[in-house]
Design a protein around this ligand. Structure first.
Ligand SMILES: [Ca+2]
Length: 387
């Protein structure tokens, strides 16, 4: 990749779920700035399903194929518009140039989620997370870096906010600038919305689940939240803003329990843990299992007690019950690729003195490299970056 260049990858899903050919479209291209003013670029989706590229201010754009990706040349790249200007006067041309350049820049910023327009939240959230999760080649160095618990602390603590120490965290996830938390224990289970930008971790909304349900994992799913419970085999879908329950469903797992759930935006499926070594994959339409993969630790042993999880960089990040670790699991093979040691984040002997329990809770954030992590009954949520 050229110096200063940037790989950008879009995985776009059309609104038309009945058109399988259009439903999953993956575009990758490279922006190569030539001057300090270059780089403004936009794209527009055409009615026929192709995309049209525009480049501006002397930025060179190479196709995905040229930078080593499989890419169908007929899939829109042949429609590059180099913005030829037929203006007669230089000033007129300059004004038109500036206007179009600004429009293209704004379009690109909106489309990439850098700025949001009223009424476009659902799409922008979806595309922001898609960009984070589907730009796999962008993280090739990370994939290739071996990390084991013997390497000690292989993360950087970025910050910390307060967290209710009576909150038995079972699920942690993020979208729309807020953290969504599923809290467990009978008579104490609830779904909460937290503000990660307030030092106190302000609770913006909280809904009790009643005395008989034990909340477990929860994930963002477009404009909904999908939550599972411990032993009741019941799941719930909530409106992401009001937390109003809009659907309940039954499910089955290897252990007939629910522990963790996350959403793979790239493959459009849920991934579920139940304390066994299995990752269960659910169809998002039927909420039924389509397959399951047995996960193994770096040691080769089955990865027992897989707990809270989060889909990130094409991998499943997993807490393990009663261990201060985060596993990085390849969901296709079930193989653990890295094991991060988090025993020094809040050492067990210190946190036990104030009644805090196990390390549990992993979430993405609005920084594609930063994660939120916490634990059951912890009085803090940390933001961290993994090496
Ligand atoms: Ca999570």
């Amino acid at each position: 990749m050229s110096t200063g260049s940037k790989i950008v990858s879009f995985h776009r899903k059309t609104k038309d779920r009945n058109d399988a050919a259009k439903f999953h479209r993956h575009y990758t291209f490279e922006i190569i700035p030539k001057t300090s003013l270059s780089g403004a670029m936009g794209r527009s989706d055409m009615e026929d399903g192709s995309i049209e590229m525009r480049e501006w201010n002397d930025a060179e754009v190479r196709t995905g194929e040229e930078v080593g990706y499989d890419f169908d040349e007929s899939d829109g790249w042949g429609k590059e518009d180099r913005g030829q200007c037929n203006c007669k006067g230089f000033v007129y041309c300059l004004i038109v140039t500036a206007f179009i350049g600004a429009c293209v820049g704004v379009y690109f910023a909106v489309d990439s989620g850098l700025i949001a327009l009223p009424g476009a939240e659902a799409d922008s959230v979806e595309e922001i997370v898609e960009m984070k999760n589907c730009s796999l080649e962008h993280h090739i160095e990370w994939y290739q870096k071996p990390i084991t618990t013997k390497d000690g602390q292989q993360y950087t603590v970025i910050g910390q906010i307060d967290h209710d120490p009576t909150s038995f965290t079972q699920g942690l996830t993020f979208a729309n600038g807020v953290i969504y938390e599923s809290v467990g224990l009978f008579k104490q289970s609830k779904v909460r919305i937290l503000d990660p930008n307030s030092k106190e971790g302000d609770v913006l909304k909280s809904v009790d689940m009643g005395p008989k349900l034990f909340g477990e994992g929860m994930t963002v799913w477009h404009d909904k939240l999908v939550q599972i419970t411990w032993k009741s085999k019941r799941g719930f879908i909530y409106d992401i803003e009001s937390l109003e329950m809009v659907q309940d469903f039954k499910y089955e797992t290897t252990n007939s329990e629910g522990w963790g759930i996350t959403f793979d935006w790239c493959k459009d499926e849920f991934i579920v843990t139940d304390g066994s070594p299995y990752l269960h994959f659910w169809d998002t339409s039927t909420l039924e299992e389509t397959r399951k993969v047995k996960a193994h630790r770096l040691s080769g042993e089955p990865a027992k007690n897989l707990n809270e999880i989060e889909y990130w960089r094409g991998r499943v990040l997993a807490n393990v019950w009663f261990e201060d670790v985060i596993l990085v699991i390849n969901p296709d093979t079930g193989e653990t690729e890295k094991e991060y040691d988090f025993s020094m984040l809040w050492p067990a002997d210190e946190r036990h003195q104030v009644g805090a329990d196990v390390f549990n809770g992993i979430s993405i954030s609005d920084d594609e490299d930063m994660l939120y992590v916490t634990g059951k009954l912890w009085n803090r949520i940390h933001s961290v970056k993994l090496n």
